[in-house]
Design a protein. Structure first.
Ligand code: ADP
Length: 424
């Protein structure tokens, strides 16, 4: 098919269990998709017949149909094809198995299944989580989505781990609605930068989550789906084991890597059901630069929203005296200089007061929930994030961009490694 032909209106007839896959790469390009006949879904969200959906650069999409359908696509796609082989039947069986566990546990008033999705990067972990959550919510469940992937930031912004109650299917273009997520700030885009802190924070999230599961019966019976990052070797593998233990997982779905599957079967307690799943041939590998652009986009959306749902953040100044700024992690001390009771590595989770300086320019600051500026700050969840847009050392002020107008809901702020250049 010539490039020009790809840009005109095309109709695709899909047979049952087929998937139309396409990518939009060109910046500024828009692709419009309409379901003409039949039934179809995108990563578990049903398409509304005759409604037109818009996709922009970066979109990597699969329209799947259980029954067969006709789809119209308008605009220039970079890749577009119909796939007959997909793992959707297997993924749907996973959903069915989780649903059986939910029904049984509901009768006994026990918590629903806690399932964790693991595997290397770019195997469709986030996508599988989205499909399973969508299927659960379409059955009237109210599951919790936990995201431990600090590199992507599906909940809140990158550099965080969090949990979100899913009350309705993900919107095709904007994903799951972000109402009152529980968010912990890690402050780095890779868990390996400070794996001790990462372990502490994921443990804390697990503890809070277990308490919250007990609050609402419907959520309790619906269970949890946990997404993880693609770090699966050495320390990364230990993190998976630790998360499995902390969240008391019942099921682990391993995408694509048999070695990881075998290791988990060997190392997890026998009551944990470890299953191996093929990755979809449609999953697209994401380059380092795209990954970084995606992170930037997530932060931009946090402050400015999306074209459909615009937000208007507030710029204002804060006096240095008005805030208490911290960073987590002090430089290591030689073993011979360690104060009594301190172990090597303890410095990594030390709360260090910080005087604002030009080094924090463009950095994200987490607004903590902590009441006092003590060690609890590290394990406190966050109210939200602000971004430093200017540092004035003469006036001793910083300018920030904030989702909420002044005053800040708390003056205890924690520095993140993540940066955002506000180009608005
Ligand atoms: P991981 O979480 O393992 O890193 P993702 O779920 O984020 O992987 O998938 C990587 C990319 O592949 C995403 O952009 C997603 O939209 C795309 N993708 C996933 N499944 C399919 C599919 N079946 N067809 C086309 N693109 C897909």
């Amino acid at each position: 098919m010539s490039e020009d032909k790809k840009s005109v209106l095309q109709e695709y007839k899909l047979e049952s269990d087929n998937e139309l896959r396409f990518e939009v790469e060109t910046k500024g390009e828009k692709v419009y998709l309409t379901l003409k006949n039949g039934l179809a879904e995108i990563f578990g969200t049903e398409l509304v017949k005759a409604k037109t959906y818009e996709f922009t650069a970066g979109a990597k999409v699969a329209v799947f149909t259980w029954q067969g359908c006709t789809i119209e696509v308008k605009g220039k796609t970079d890749v577009i094809y119909i796939a007959k082989e997909t793992p959707m039947v297997v993924y749907s069986n996973c959903h069915a198995a989780l649903e059986i566990m939910r029904s049984v546990n509901e009768k006994n008033n026990k918590r629903g299944p806690i399932a964790m999705v693991v595997g290397p990067t770019d195997v469709g972990k986030s996508t599988l989580c989205r499909i399973l959550l969508n299927y659960a919510v379409r059955m009237g469940r109210r599951p919790i989505f936990v995201d431990l992937d600090v590199g992507q930031g599906n909940i809140s912004i990158p550099g965080t781990v969090g949990a979100l109650v899913i009350e309705r299917p993900a919107s095709i273009d904007e994903g799951f609605s972000q109402e009152a997520p529980l968010v912990y700030n890690f402050g780095h885009k890779s868990p390996g930068t400070n794996s001790k802190l990462y372990g502490m924070i994921t443990n804390q999230l697990a503890t809070t989550l277990k308490e919250r599961l007990e609050i609402n019966k419907r959520t309790k019976h619906s269970g949890v789906i946990i997404n993880t990052c693609g770090w699966i070797k050495n320390e990364g593998y230990k993190q998976i084991l630790q998360a499995g233990e902390a969240f008391e997982v019942d099921v682990i779905m391993v995408l694509d890597q048999e070695r990881l599957y075998n290791e988990l079967v060997r190392d997890m307690p026998s009551y944990v059901n470890v299953v191996f799943l093929q990755k979809s041939g449609g999953v697209v590998e994401i380059s380092k630069s795209t990954r970084s652009e995606n992170r930037d986009q997530r932060i931009r959306e946090y402050f400015y929203g999306t074209p459909k749902n615009q937000l208007y953040p507030h710029p204002f100044d804060l006096k240095w005296s008005e805030i208490k700024l911290f960073k987590i992690g002090a430089p290591p001390l030689p073993d011979s200089c360690l104060p009594h009771g301190m172990k090597p590595g303890d410095n990594l989770t030390k709360l260090v007061p910080l005087t604002p300086n030009v080094g924090i320019l463009h950095h994200i600051l987490a607004v903590s929930f902590a009441e006092k500026p003590d060690d609890e700050v590290i394990l406190s969840h966050v109210i939200g994030f602000i971004c430093v847009t200017n540092v004035d050392t003469d006036r001793q002020t910083i300018s920030v961009l904030s989702p909420q107008p002044k005053p800040l809901p708390n003056h205890i702020l924690v520095l993140s490694e993540l940066q955002f250049m506000d180009s608005h």
